[in-house]
Design a protein. Structure first.
Length: 94
């Protein structure tokens, strides 16, 4: 149905993580970004709703020295896609 693959996540500062993904479909109406906190987490929370053509997201206001795991999901008129793979990044100490 929809193709969504997270390609990278990296901390750009002690409070920011940048995500990027492949967008190979043209009929998405929205992309949802979900996050969970700390190593080994399994409970994800939706943190952003983006346009269907989005290919990146900048998550700000994060805690330093913390591990975050992300996944994305797309939506079109037929419904929701499967979740993407997950990617993990840890914010630095300073």
């Amino acid at each position: 149905m929809l193709d969504r693959r997270l390609e990278s996540s990296f901390a750009t500062s002690k409070s920011v993580i940048q995500l990027s993904w492949t967008n190979s479909s043209t009929d998405q109406t929205a992309v949802y970004v979900e996050r969970c906190k700390n190593a080994g987490c399994t409970t994800f929370t939706r943190i952003a709703t983006l346009s269907g053509s989005a290919t990146s997201y900048r998550n700000t206001g994060l805690s330093s020295r913390t591990t975050y795991t992300y996944r994305v999901q797309a939506q079109n008129t037929a419904g929701l896609s499967a979740y993407s793979n997950t990617v993990t990044a840890t914010t630095p100490r300073r």
